[in-house]
Write a protein that binds this ligand. Structure first.
Ligand code: UN1
Length: 478
């Protein structure tokens, strides 16, 4: 067994049950051993974060900037190594792993800059002889709970703004992918964060997550993960009068109009639905296609899909890595059966494939002849499975796109300015993509959705301040 990587509590690395981190491309490959924290350690971490808050929240913008900059530089300098670690523990391809690592570096770079752009307003009162100042203050201890599908980017886009705005952190990464989380915390610790400002507690939601979400000392909670968990955490946060930011599921539509450039449309669908093994909350899972081009488009997709290379995440020619683990793969397969039993036509894919190593390999699956009321068109599958829904015209396409409990991302392929403009205005989603995949977003602009997809203020870019600060209005008699 390799020396286990430990949790960071109050600036000390503390031991816990060492658990193997297994490579989904090759289950005989142990990425490393990581200590699972206990509930008591999580509580110690919260206490440490609380104790560190007064001093950290009063550091100068320049002090915080320097630390975030150093972290960004180190992540970028180590992008090959960290990208490889990411692909090894999560299963996305090496190109995707390195790309995500670069994105994490860019996020720290962006928020290093944000440290130097504090905002405030100074204005006259409506009363004579009184001045008003509006400032933003740090909130306190932020609980950060992240999913397994973006092991470095999502921790980065929660940790960077939390630190930038002067908060302290208790961070629980997904149990399946502690590797990148540990590396990121190690980098920030060495970059000069004072003890207790960033605490790492790896482990299970039922133990570590529970201790965090139940603590009244956690002043704000930011979570990305499944819809039912996020909804429960939002309710619990309301009871504690705590700020909550929940990024949950999606059932993202991608509309293909008859006037679309079908090469562009097919690229958007293949990328949006199947890259990163479909394991993105922004993945396109409902492909809504105008009847006029339906058969031609489905045939085109089927042809491109059969050429997709599924395999070991670290093999150079792999385009789609494995599913993250056995239970996710079993769930994907269950949905394939549900789709068939609902009367959808499986155009291709969905079956397990064997490779040189033992991993969770599944061919991407496409269903045709779907209706929007089928379970495969309503429930988030979180795997490489997409459903094609034929529609008569644009108006029906828009109605079907919006007929979902979710509202994260919505895409359209069209060459018509009229339809593109109408779709941008009328899609009930937080993010709209025209001739681009529904997944794959910039780091400097708001991220988030509507309806059951998101709860609370947007993440990323300047808008992150809405969640990571609280506004103060101060009146002074002259
Ligand atoms: C992206 O599409 O680039 O968990 C990011 C997720 C999202 C991130 C998607 N929160 O899949």
């Amino acid at each position: 067994m390799t020396e286990p990587k430990l949790n960071l509590v109050g600036g000390q690395w503390v031991a816990g049950d060492a658990t193997p981190n297994i490579n989904p491309s090759d289950t005989s490959d142990i990425v490393g051993h990581y200590a699972r924290a206990t509930a008591d350690q999580a509580r110690d971490a919260i206490a440490a974060a609380k104790a560190a808050f007064p001093a950290w929240s009063r550091t100068t913008p320049l002090e915080r900037h320097a630390i975030l900059r150093r972290a960004s530089d180190e992540i970028l300098a180590r992008k090959e190594e960290l990208g490889r670690l990411l692909s090894r523990e999560e299963g996305k391809t090496l190109a995707e792993g390195i790309g995500e690592t670069v994105r994490a570096a860019q996020i720290f770079d962006y928020f290093a800059g944000e440290c130097l752009r504090p905002e405030g307003e100074l204005l006259p009162s409506v009363r004579p002889g009184v001045g008003v100042e509006i400032t933003r203050e740090a909130i306190g201890v932020v609980g950060i709970i992240t999913p397994w599908n973006f092991p470095i980017a999502i921790p980065a886009w929660k940790i960077a703004p939390a630190l930038c705005h002067g908060n302290t952190i208790v961070f629980k990464p997904a149990d399946l992918v502690p590797g990148c989380a540990w590396a990121l915390v190690d980098i920030l610790h060495r970059a000069g964060l004072p003890d207790g400002v960033l605490n790492l507690v790896m482990g299970r939601g039922s133990v570590v997550g529970k201790a965090i979400v139940e603590s009244p000392d956690v002043a704000a909670l930011t979570f990305t993960g499944s819809q039912p968990t996020g909804a429960a955490l939002a309710v619990q946060s309301a009871h504690l009068m705590r700020k909550a930011q929940m990024e949950m599921g999606g059932k993202n539509p991608f509309v293909v109009l008859a006037d679309a450039d079908l090469d562009v449309a097919a690229d958007c669908v293949i990328n949006g639905a199947f890259f990163s093994t479909g394991q993105r909350c922004t993945a396109s899972s409902r492909i809504i296609v105008e009847e006029e081009i339906h058969d031609q488009f489905v045939a085109k997709l089927a042809e491109q899909m059969s050429a997709l290379r599924v395999g070991h995440a670290l093999s150079e020619d792999t385009q789609i890595g494995p599913v993250v683990d056995e239970s996710q793969l079993t769930q994907n397969e269950a949905y394939i059966e549900i789709g068939k039993s609902e009367g959808a036509r499986l155009v291709g894919g969905g079956h397990r494939v064997e490779r040189d190593t033992k991993g969770f390999f599944q061919m991407p699956a496409l269903f045709a002849d779907c209706t929007n009321d089928m379970r495969i068109a309503r429930e988030e599958i979180f795997g490489p499975v997409a459903s094609v829904i034929p529609v008569r015209d644009y108006d029906t396409a828009l109605a079907v796109a919006n007929d979902t409990e979710f509202g994260l991302s919505a895409g359209i392929a069209t060459t018509s300015l009229k339809y593109a403009t109408h779709f941008k205005r009328n899609a009930e989603a937080g993010m709209v993509m025209v001739n681009l995949p529904t997944a794959g977003v910039d780091f400097h602009v708001p991220f988030g959705g509507r309806k059951a997809s998101s709860y609370g203020p947007r993440e990323q870019g300047r808008y992150a301040a809405e969640f990571f600060t609280t506004v103060k209005t101060a009146y002074t008699a002259a």
